[in-house]
Every structure is written in C-alpha cells, then in structure tokens.
Design a protein around this ligand. Structure first.
Ligand code: ATP
Ligand code: MG
Ligand code: MG
Ligand code: MG
Length: 478
C-alpha cells in the first residue's frame, strides 16, 4: 500500500465519521516563537486550549512535521525521521476517550477491502496511563485485547503535556505494532521499543498542568474548559509496516533517495551497517531539507535556517564518508522531488528555486570541507599527543566560524577519532561572538530561542502556555 493511499484512507475514514478534513499547515508557523511544526495538534492549539472557539467540533489532518530532537536516532532506529507526516483526528469538546479508542481500533483493524488498514489484532499492543482504569476498560471492551497486551505505564510515557505550567495536559494511550521475536524479547512495549513500534498516540486532553521539576513530574492545577482529543499516527511508520520493509527510510517516499545515494557512491545497501546508516541519514535529511525549503526556509546561520544548514551539511559529509567528493545534490534532490511530488506538487513546481538554494549550499560547503577537515585532523593529532581526550573549544569555534562546520558535525567527527569536544568552552566563545554581533541580528536570534513568549495562550493561567518541551530543545541546539 503506497504512503499516499494510507494517507487518503486515514482522511476518508475520519471524514466518514464526521471530521472536517483540514490541509496540513506549513512546517514553519507564523509565530516566530515556534521553530517548526512538531505535531499535528500545533495548528489547532487555539481550539484545544479554548482560547478561540473551534469552527468545527471534529477535525482530521495529515500534518507535515519536523523534529530535530530525533536527529540522533535517524538511520539507527527504524522509526525516526527528522521530517515525517502525522495523521491526526481531533475533537474539540465533542467526543472523548471511548470514541477516540473505537475510531483508532476501527481504522487499524478494519480489513483493507473495507477501507481500513487491515492490521491483525494479534500484532497490536496498547499502553495506558497507570491509574487510567477508564481507558483500560474501554480498550478491553472495544478491542477484546487480552489483559497482558494492555500495559500500564507512568507519567514519562503515558501522560502528555504541551509544555510548562499553564499548558494543556492529560493521560494518553499508545498503540504499538509487534515486529516479531526476531526484533527483541517478548514483554511488550514497556520493555522494548525496537521490537514494539509505537504507531499511534491518543491524547485525552483535559487538564491544565502546574509547575514541576521535569516532564515526568508536575502537578495538575485544574481542568480545561472542554475535554478534547488529540491523536497522532505516524504515516511513515504505518507505511513501512504495510509495505513490508524494514524501516521508514525504505518506503516509497524515501527509498529512491537512498538508492540514488548508493548508486552515486557505488555501494550496495544492506552490506555493512555503517554504510546503511549513512545512506538512511542521507535519504532522511535530503527529504527533510526539500520539504523545509519548499515551505520557505533558506540555509543560514540563525534559527530555522541554521537547522536546515546542519541537515544539508550532514548530507555532504555523509556522502563524503561514502567516498563521494564531488557534488551530489542535483541527483539526490531530484530523486526526492520525484518521490514526494504526488503528495506535495509544490516541491516540483518550485524546484528551480529549491534546487538553486540547495546546490549553492553544497558548493559553498564542499569548498571549505577539506580545509576544515585538515584543521580538525591536525587538532586531533595534537590532542592525542597531549594525552587528553577532549578537543579544545576554540578548535570547534574556528571550524564553525571560518569553515562553517555545525557543532554537531565537529562532535561527530571528533567522536569518530575517539575524542570529545569541550562543549562549554565552545558555547562560551559562541556567546561572546553573539554579544559582539549587531543588535538587530542579536534580537532576531533571541526571539527565536525564547520559546517562553507564547503570549496568545497566557489566558490559560497565570504563567500561561510556555511552549513545547521539544521546542525548548530546539533552542538549545541552536
Ligand atoms: P517515539 O517514542 O517512537 O519516539 P513519540 O512518543 O515521540 O514516538 P509522539 O510524540 O507520541 O511520538 O507522536 C505521535 C506519533 O507520531 C507517534 O506515535 C509516531 O507514530 C509518530 N512519530 C513521532 N516521532 C516520529 C519521527 N521522528 N518520525 C516518524 N514518526 C514519528
Ligand atoms: Mg519520540
Ligand atoms: Mg513514545
Ligand atoms: Mg508517543
């Protein structure tokens, strides 16, 4: 089943069940304090919080998402992309737990011939929040799943909140697909997230959260004006399972890029683990970059542009590790365009512009990559000679400042040589440089990093809505 077809089945199913289909919002929100759209619920925040009355009681969407906090997982787990599409159904004070569970179970287990996704119930597991007996009992009665396949997990896993004090929160329930004993031990999603792949999260949003020490430890200070449903099903995860391939980088929308990279490099996918990870990173990052540029992001040194630059430069570096020294973007981006154009025609109609940006970025980086690599090799040799295991922060700073090496690239390259990077010294040098920078550039950067200013939702509580945990991470990685 093609990814596009799964997407359509999802939307059709929820439309048949009274949901208004809503097109995906941009990856880049109008709100400068939000880095990227990280979940299907982001465009619906005003309705979910009750700040703006919802124009419809039920909605469904397939939302483009970027999660840079998953970048380390890309290529290593089967299920994490920096770009992915989240299928969601939403209720704004309309239906709640029972219907949300029934809808999800219905779509997953209805046979393909009847418009469903045709999962075998024996392959599915469910988790609920520790004391959420209500969700547990609804699952038992609707799915008939045996007691042992409904696991209870704590706050870290099965209690969701949008951010800090004042933001919406509630217990959630997740659905997992069992990939089989060859991928790990029995025991369910509570013990293994490689064998048991999370495919769908159902959030029962009903509380306002208070202060706390972490995402696993906070108080509930009140009820939201209405009880809402927010769900997210990973389109790529369903696609890789339905397409019978090993991971999300091998689905129809991504695999052509992986193949193009392998061909350029003259390597075969499936031979060595190291090369396979690189090929998967390339396929993922090219697609994410294409989608980001299609939504107007341009490579740069700040905020969103810098995230894009990091992705693009990591592709260059990964291709080089596969033995290709020259330009590869014209081939890789064309492959990604052709794999994505059915779902997103704008990546083709706007390709002249996107390609120009991407190819120029590759040229610039290729020019400095070898010089930078020589400097790094030198520093590595010196560090080793001194018998220490940490590369000085000023080397990382020089590489960043003069050769355009994103810090994570330096960290990655140092790690390959068995060394760490003095990150705090690097951060200090960066901070000093920023302090010297012009006032307007500085304020722009600060605005992006300051995710606490989500003023529209102040109405929720004294301290208001303070953004997303994931977005706070975004600020850190700038
Ligand atoms: P995981 O635990 O596997 O990292 P998650 O709990 O972070 O997933 P949610 O925030 O619950 O994910 O998002 C809802 C759904 O979106 C997930 O159940 C999954 O199907 C999908 N999803 C989340 N992150 C990614 C990603 N990086 N790439 C692809 N799909 C994703
Ligand atoms: Mg995650
Ligand atoms: Mg999870
Ligand atoms: Mg989840």
């Amino acid at each position: 089943m093609k990814t596009a077809e799964i997407r359509q089945r999802f939307l059709d199913y929820f439309e048949r069940n009274g949901h208004t289909p809503v097109p995906s919002a941009s990856l880049v929100s109008d709100d400068p304090t939000i880095m990227f759209t990280i979940a299907g619920m982001v465009p619906f925040i005003p309705y979910l919080t009750g700040v703006v009355p919802a124009p419809y009681p039920r909605a469904t969407s397939v939302q483009k998402c970027i999660r840079t906090n998953d970048i380390e997982e890309v290529g290593k787990t089967p299920r994490h992309g920096t770009f992915f599409q989240m299928c969601g159904n939403f209720s704004f004070g309309d239906y709640f737990k029972r219907e949300a569970i029934a809808f999800a179970w219905g779509l997953l287990t209805t046979p393909e011939a009847d418009g469903g996704l045709g999962f075998d119930p024996n392959d599915l597991w469910v988790t609920v929040y520790l004391d959420d007996d209500e969700a547990h009992d609804i699952w038992r009665s609707i799915s008939g799943l045996p007691e042992e396949r409904i696991q209870r997990l704590g706050m870290g896993e099965n209690f969701w909140s949008a951010g800090g004090a004042g933001s919406p929160a509630g217990p959630c329930s997740e659905i997992f697909f069992d990939r089989g004993p060859e991928h790990g031990a029995d025991g369910g999603p509570a013990t293994d997230d490689d064998r048991y792949v999370e495919i769908w999260n159902l959030v029962f949003m009903q509380y306002v959260r208070g202060e706390g020490t972490s995402k696993d430890d906070y108080e509930i200070i009140g009820d939201l004006p209405t009880k809402n449903i927010d769900t997210g099903m990973g389109l790529e995860r369903i696609a890789f399972i339905k397409q019978g391939v090993g991971n999300m980088y091998e689905i129809d929308q991504v695999r052509p890029v992986l193949d193009a990279a392998a061909e350029l490099a003259g390597v075969s996918y499936g031979r060595t683990h190291e090369d396979d990870v690189r090929l998967r990173i390339i396929a993922d990052h090219v697609r994410s970059s294409l989608m980001l540029m299609s939504d107007g992001v341009q490579p740069g040194n700040e905020g969103r542009g810098y995230i894009l630059r990091r992705l693009l430069r990591r592709v260059v570096r990964s291709m080089r590790l596969l033995g290709v020294e020259g330009a590869t973007f014209p081939v890789l981006f064309a492959a990604s365009r052709d794999a994505m154009r059915d779902a997103y025609p704008e990546v083709a109609t706007d390709f002249d512009r996107i390609g120009r940006l991407a190819f120029a970025e590759e040229q610039t980086f290729l020019r400095t990559l070898s010089q930078g690599t020589a400097i790094l090799d030198d520093a590595v040799a010196r560090t080793r000679h001194e018998g220490v295991s940490t590369l000085p922060g000023n080397t990382a700073f020089l590489l960043h400042d003069t050769f355009g090496f994103p810090i994570d690239l330096t960290v990655e390259m140092a790690e390959e040589a068995g060394l760490q990077v003095n990150r705090s010294a690097f951060d200090e040098l960066m901070a000093e440089q920023r302090a010297r920078a012009k006032a307007d550039a500085k304020s722009k950067r600060t605005a992006l990093a300051d995710l606490g200013v989500y003023s529209k939702f102040r109405a929720l509580g004294e301290t208001g809505f303070v953004g997303y945990t994931d977005l706070e991470h975004e600020a850190e990685v700038l």
